[in-house]
Design a protein around this ligand. Structure first.
Ligand code: BES
Ligand code: MN
Ligand code: ZN
Length: 484
């Protein structure tokens, strides 16, 4: 099922159901002008006995026509308006109607962008991934926005659409299974983002060897697919200021390698590239809405497999930073990919900050479940900005500690650093401490562990289950509010 919005059409046909808005007490006097006399008196009568706790009521006018009445509370926050739009979607999904006309003039809200956020929430909730169902459901729900007032400006429409497309692109990538979206295919798809105006550079194995990225390469060496680092640049600022950098873990499938995962934990590992998908979706969004910033997205694409050529526990590799790493556990692979990606990003782009995203540890799910992403950072200002952005768009983050005492746990006897803490405990923090060692020049840096957020088994406020695209809206908000 998909949703099509249509802003141009003014008059409505009779098979179209109406969507009207009223205040939280269900006072319907103002709606007279949009209805026939019988319709109005019918609604007006019932509305006096209505359960005002519910936001939405459906009136059956006749077999063809329904009127949906939505009550708007005072002082709704943007995220609450989005949630209302999502609730609206849940209702119309189960009604056998293909066309609705929203009367924008009937909106009474002190939120100036009410309709924009309402439709944004509706759209986000309506996403589904049905590519591999052979029986195609072709239902399209058309939503006409009729009226002269309260419509989102074309600028707002563009922004919402870019954010939806960026989020959906991220969700599409995460939803693809490992046999389809392996690193070769992923790199190819990223190359197609050039058409949106991004400068895409693909570093294949040959180039990565020349650069000395053996930490990243080691993870992918057991795969028959290639390993890649891909950069996507967006230059939308008038000046050539240093970019904002976003780095993502793109492990297309994580078997654990020789430190093999048990079946129950392995089956989910198609979404182990979600951090990279968020970065890609975010960059696409910047390009689509022509954001007035300079930004770069960097993703490391690998597949963590077992084979005669796969990495072993005990192997020692040299990273791009020059530091040597002892691989004690081949399942702690995300940090190995990010290590090289982070140092490379810092050195090549000299960014104003680096935010990385990764489905890095199962331990963050133990700590925070599926409510908050873990935030680890060397910078209080950046942390606060991300936290506040998260509150606004309801993609929440919770700051977790970094400390030199945890850092010590990652020292190796045989190399400069080891990839797990064999003392045990604080699994998400020690992973973040590992990453921090590969930020060499004190660049403000934040690491988001999104293992609990990238995929939703039961669905959330703005998704219907499956890939969430977590982080696209969060980081877009961070940028828009503080850097644009
Ligand atoms: N991709 C996993 C983390 C993960 C777990 C993501 C569950 C999403 C859901 C990561 O590569 C991993 O295997 N981490 C290990 C680290 C350990 C070996 C130190 C983990 O969390 O068990
Ligand atoms: Mn792993
Ligand atoms: Zn992993």
């Amino acid at each position: 099922m998909s949703i099509k919005l249509n802003y141009s059409k003014i008059s409505t046909n009779n098979s179209s159901s109406l969507v009207l808005f009223c205040d939280e007490k269900y006072r319907t006097n103002g709606l007279k002008k949009y209805l026939s006399n019988t319709e109005f008196s019918y609604i007006n009568d019932i509305s006096k006995t209505i359960d005002t706790k519910r936001n939405l009521h459906i009136f059956e006018i006749n077999s063809k026509k329904k009127i949906l009445l939505i009550s708007i509370k005072k002082n709704l926050k943007n995220s609450e308006v989005e949630n209302l739009g999502a609730e609206f979607f849940k209702i119309i999904k189960n009604i056998n109607k293909n066309e609705y006309t929203v009367i924008s003039d009937s909106i009474i809200s002190n939120n100036k962008s009410f309709l924009g956020y309402f439709l944004h929430g509706l759209k986000l909730k309506s996403y589904e991934f049905k590519k591999y169902k052979t029986k195609k459901e072709k239902k399209i729900i058309l939503i006409n926005i009729a009226g002269n007032k309260n419509k989102p400006s074309s600028q707002e429409q563009l922004k919402f659409k870019a954010l939806e497309e960026g989020t959906f692109y991220a969700r599409d990538l995460v939803s693809e299974p490992g046999n389809i979206l392996h690193p070769d295919e992923y790199a190819k798809r990223l190359s197609s983002l050039k058409k949106d105006g991004l400068k895409v550079t693909i570093y294949d194995e040959k180039k990565l060897k020349q650069l000395g990225m053996y930490s990243l390469l080691g993870v992918g060496q057991g795969s028959i697919r290639g390993s890649y680092l891909v950069t996507m640049e967006w230059n939308g600022a008038k000046n050539n200021s240093n970019p904002l950098a976003f780095v993502g873990k793109g492990v297309c499938f994580d078997t654990g390698g020789y430190s093999l995962k048990p079946a129950k934990f392995m089956e989910d590992m198609t979404y182990d590239m979600a951090g990279s998908a968020t970065v890609v979706g975010l960059m696409k969004n910047f390009a689509l809405r022509k954001a007035k910033i300079n930004a770069v997205g960097v993703v490391g694409l690998v597949e963590n497999m077992v084979s005669g050529n796969a990495q072993r526990p005990g192997d020692i590799v040299k990273s791009y930073s020059g530091k040597t790493i002892e691989i004690l556990n081949t399942d702690a692979e995300g940090r190995l990919v990010l290590a090289d990606a982070l140092t490379f990003t810092e050195k090549k782009f000299k960014p104003r900050f680096i935010v990385d995203l990764a489905t890095l540890t199962g331990a963050i799910i133990v700590s925070l479940g599926s409510e908050y992403a873990g935030l680890f950072s060397n910078d209080d200002k950046l942390s606060k900005e991300i936290f506040n952005a998260g509150e606004k768009v309801e993609e929440k983050v919770w700051r977790m500690p970094l400390h030199k005492n945890y850092d010590k746990l990652m020292n190796s006897k045989n190399a400069d650093v080891q990839n797990i803490n064999y003392v045990g405990g604080a699994g998400s923090t020690t992973a973040a401490q590992f990453l921090q060692r590969f930020i060499l020049n004190k660049t403000p840096w934040a690491h988001l562990d999104i293992a609990g957020m990238a995929f939703s088994k039961y669905g959330g406020a703005l998704n219907s289950g499956g890939a969430t695209g977590f982080g696209v809206r969060l980081l877009n908000q961070l940028v828009e509010e503080n850097y644009e």
